[in-house]
Design a binder for this molecule. Structure first.
Ligand SMILES: Cc1cc2nc3c(=O)[nH]c(=O)nc-3n(C[C@H](O)[C@H](O)[C@H](O)COP(=O)(O)OP(=O)(O)OC[C@H]3O[C@@H](n4cnc5c(N)ncnc54)[C@H](O)[C@@H]3O)c2cc1C
Length: 538
């Protein structure tokens, strides 16, 4: 198959790019499961944008820089924050109906407040913001005759081709059809990674199953630079319930007055940070982790019972309903919560137009590292980042399109792993055992608080697992589980390697062996690069 623009992933970044690029070319969106499935769909809090009367770009920029602990790229923060209102209006024009309130004579957006924000500036659609955005974007993409959406289609590797000048460029991707097991190549004038994050690398995560870090792993294997993988954000409050699979309880609950308590009812954030429950996420997550470690309890409580019942029902209908489904009524009793892996701040290193260091390869959304988040992401800045950089990548391609090489159908490579002919299927018990092992070891050794000893132990174990997965790959047919395991293993290794390189404590990266923060030697991004490859490697 050939197309102008191949997009891998159908969250806010991939779909908004597709809609814009479809104005000047044909787009194929290949996505792992059904089109709606994405982290975007589960976003509850909303999108940050300066649109309120008492707010300013400077304040949003300052809040973002503050959260980023010295590593944000100021020019990118500036660009993103100032682009936000225009991008929001684009979504509104598409049909996203953000919640509003009637004030005096006028109707205004109902701005929510979240941790680390000095003003109310989070636009939301009740507490189902992501679901509404995803619904509108999918609907629009399906209606476009210039966009082909391939569901149940996993990108498994990028391939390189030569441009007319003989320079290596990414020529497209191999994709695996989940239903048939066939691997086909799709050639494109440009390939856009929009595969989201990698929460599944940890045992407990707020992310859905598709978040296995495929984009970062594919890009790294192809020779792109990867940055800041040590900064993984843990959301402080996921529902603690055996059947809830870490259902996320939005920051907006604390924004509206939710109080964190130990199981004995005592409030504990007061002595930790002046913003108390609204301190940045990493501080709240670490405080909860510390409380759980000191009390031996396996969760803490989020108390909303002092807020008016009618307010909870109107502002958080979905969260209230989901908790009720698990037998917890937040109007009457505190909700049990634990922290869980939530957001990957690092990713494929890109410039201010979403371009990676490999010609022909773009990365947008959570898979990318633009420099916006630095060492820690400010709540509700990630949907914004996806929107802004999807737009910028599309604009870049609109301008560059006359000079992009045409995809050459005749030269499409066939999928092969180091020449091996697959013969027998890997025993699925071995694949699932390795999945569990990686996720547990990442949780225990490379989680909220790290140490040199744990990082070294993690590296040794991952090297063993790496060899094992490599062996499956060479000797068995590729299945979706195996493709994801391969990527999880790679991403886990990148997180560990970056964590080892950063010999300090900064933002989300806390190493007990380096308690002092802000070491000048580490005042830069952590870069990992395997070099440009001429053939597919593990
Ligand atoms: C529970 C939850 C709540 C959140 N709340 C907020 C919030 O309120 N505000 C905010 O700003 N951010 C929030 N976030 C973060 C935010 O949702 C994500 O960062 C953002 O949606 C990422 O968008 P994306 O388009 O980059 O990726 P995603 O939305 O994750 O989309 C990635 C897509 O790629 C597909 N994919 C993955 N691998 C492959 C592959 N190999 N081949 C093809 N397709 C693939 C996936 O199936 C998916 O369709 C939240 C995240 C979660 C999990």
């Amino acid at each position: 198959m050939t197309t102008d623009y191949l997009v891998l992933g159908s969250g806010i970044a991939g779909l908004s790019f597709a809609l814009e690029a479809s104005q000047f070319g044909h787009v194929v969106v290949a996505t792992k499961r059904e089109a709606e499935e994405s982290n975007t769909r589960y976003a509850q809090g909303g999108i940050a944008s300066v649109m309120g009367k008492d707010d300013s770009f400077e304040l949003h920029i300052e809040d973002t820089l503050q959260a980023g602990a010295g590593l944000c790229h100021r020019d990118i923060v500036d660009l993103c924050v100032r682009s936000a209102p225009e991008r929001i209006r684009w979504l509104v024009d598409l049909g996203v109906a953000f919640s509003t309130v009637a004030r005096e004579e006028s109707v205004e957006f109902d701005f929510g407040r979240e941790g680390g924000h000095s003003r109310r500036r989070v636009l939301h659609v009740e507490d189902l913001t992501g679901r509404e955005i995803e619904r509108v974007l999918v609907e629009r993409c399906r209606a476009s005759s210039n966009i082909t959406v391939l569901e149940d289609t996993l990108g498994i590797d990028l391939f390189l081709s030569a441009d007319p000048g003989g320079r290596a460029r990414v020529g497209g991707a191999f994709v695996l059809n989940r239903n048939t097991g066939d691997v086909v190549s799709i050639a494109a004038r440009a390939t856009i990674l929009a595969t989201g994050g990698a929460g599944k690398v940890y045992l407990y995560t707020s992310n859905p199953d598709a978040a296995t870090g495929d984009g970062v792993a594919m890009a790294y294997r192809a020779g792109a630079r990867v940055a800041n993988m040590e900064f993984f954000q843990f959301h402080p409050t996921c529902l603690y319930h055996p059947k809830a699979k870490s259902f996320l309880l939005s920051e907006a609950l604390r924004g509206e007055g939710g109080i964190l308590r130990r199981l004995d009812g005592q409030r504990f954030m007061e002595g930790v940070h002046p913003l108390k429950e609204l301190a940045p996420r990493d501080i709240v997550a670490r405080a909860i982790d510390a409380e759980m470690k000191s009390t031996g309890d396996d969760h803490v409580l989020l108390d909303m019972t002092h807020l008016p019942r009618a307010f909870l029902e109107q502002r958080f209908p979905h969260l209230l309903g989901t908790c009720l489904k698990y037998g917890i009524d937040m109007r009457q009793e505190p909700v049990p919560v634990v922290p869980a892996a939530h957001y990957q701040c690092g990713g494929v290193q890109v410039d201010d137009r979403g371009r990676s260091c490999l010609p022909g390869l773009y990365a947008i959304g959570e898979v990318a590292c633009t420099g916006l988040h630095g060492a820690n992401r400010l709540a509700s800045n990630s949907l914004l980042e996806g929107l802004v950089f999807a737009h910028r990548a599309a604009e870049d391609l609109r301008e560059a399109r006359a000079n992009l090489p045409q995809p050459a159908e005749a030269a499409l490579p066939a999928w092969m792993v180091n020449g091996a002919t697959p013969s027998s299927r890997a025993e699925s018990v071995m694949v699932s055992q390795d999945w569990d092992e990686i996720r547990r070891l990442m949780w225990n050794y490379v989680g909220i608080v790290r140490s040199n000893r744990r990082l070294m132990a993690a590296r040794r174990r991952l090297d063993l697992l790496h060899g094992e997965v490599h062996e499956y790959l060479l000797s068995t047919p590729l299945t979706p589980d195996l493709a994801e395991l391969r990527n999880l293993c790679r991403v886990a290794r990148l997180i560990v390697e970056s964590s080892i390189k950063r010999q300090e404590t900064r933002g989300l990266h806390v190493n007990l062996d380096y308690p002092g923060t802000d070491d000048d030697r580490f005042h830069s991004d952590t870069l990992l690069w395997a070099g440009v490859r001429s053939e597919l490697v593990f």
